[in-house]
Design a protein around this ligand. Structure first.
Ligand SMILES: [Mn+2]
Length: 303
């Protein structure tokens, strides 16, 4: 995908009339309702099948230029041809200038490649009882669709509620937006989580001590090294991969048992690097061979 195509895409998405937009949302809702036709799904937990590699994206927050550039850098069409998969860890909207375009683009991408893309839910794809701040998505919807934005927003909330919130691979990698729960000890607890556990999945962060404490974010917890170790060993898992936390592309924590990925640039974080992680998903591969594709602010194409 070239930057020209990005320009065409942005133009078309902007020109998309409400009918077109609603049509895609309806198709996507149907797709999510029948997700088990494409993935092995247990409630909101996806059991990832036989794929060699997953290309994993962290938060996007409306930065469609970085998203498209990273997709181009990993040669995403070839990724899909090889039957590898793309895994997005949530937070597609809020904050960025192209948030409406970003979520629509990802929805269209997933409708096109139904078996090779996973879009997990982030805390910015919120349940109605746990809205993040800032949550300016409705404001952007309203500016784009002055007459229909309330209906569209309602449709989006319905879609967010149906998005899967976690995935696990055959070689023991657990994917989630924020973190693990301080109480939920088995994978079963992540299939149909109650409000408390879902809050932790969407909001929690790792911290470099043992134990846990309430998060400075006002929802979720900071979970320690011991909680990570217990969760992994109890479930025969090896690694937690998550987003949620601004960093220069990626950062390892908890003795390389937790990997954070961040895939957007620009305000309000001003991180210099965005990244995609290439993670082995097959038990026949060495899990330690995680690779990164990185993009720094000054390499970002000018549109
Ligand atoms: Mn987040």
């Amino acid at each position: 995908m070239s930057i020209d195509i990005l320009n065409i895409l942005l133009k078309n998405v902007r020109l998309a009339d409400e009918k077109l937009y609603e049509g895609y949302l309806e198709d996507y809702m149907n797709y999510l309702e029948n997700l088990n036709g494409y993935f092995n799904v247990d409630g909101g937990l996806i059991n990832i099948g036989e794929h060699k590699y997953g290309y994993v994206f962290g938060d996007i927050h409306g930065d469609i230029l970085t998203l498209v550039t990273l997709l181009q850098m990993i040669n995403f069409r070839q990724v899909i041809e090889k039957d590898d998969i793309l895994i997005f860890l949530g937070d597609y909207i809020d904050r960025g200038r192209y948030q409406v375009e970003t979520i629509l683009f990802l929805i269209l991408l997933q409708l096109q490649y139904k078996r090779n893309i996973i879009l997990l839910r982030g805390n910015h794809e919120p349940p109605e009882w746990l809205l993040p701040y800032p949550h300016d998505f409705p404001v952007y919807l309203r500016s784009r669709f002055p007459d229909k934005w309330r209906d569209l927003y309602r449709d989006f909330l319905g879609i967010f509620d149906r998005m899967p919130h976690a995935a696990v691979s055959k070689n023991g990698v657990f994917f989630v937006h924020g973190g693990i729960s301080i109480k939920a000890s088995t994978l079963d607890d992540y299939k149909s989580p109650d409000r408390e556990i879902l809050t932790e999945i969407l909001w929690s962060d790792p911290y470099d001590e043992d134990g846990y404490r309430p998060s400075y974010r006002g929802a979720g917890y900071l979970f320690g090294k011991d909680i990570t170790s217990k969760f992994l060993s109890k479930n025969g898992l090896k690694l937690i991969v998550r987003g949620h936390e601004p960093c220069n592309g990626y950062v390892w924590r908890h003795n390389k048992k937790v990997l954070t990925i961040f895939s957007r640039l620009g305000e309000p974080y001003y991180n210099n690097v965005a990244a995609v992680a290439k993670i082995p998903l097959s038990p026949t591969l060495e899990l330690s061979d995680v690779e990164f594709v990185t993009l720094s602010s000054d390499e970002l194409p000018k549109v």
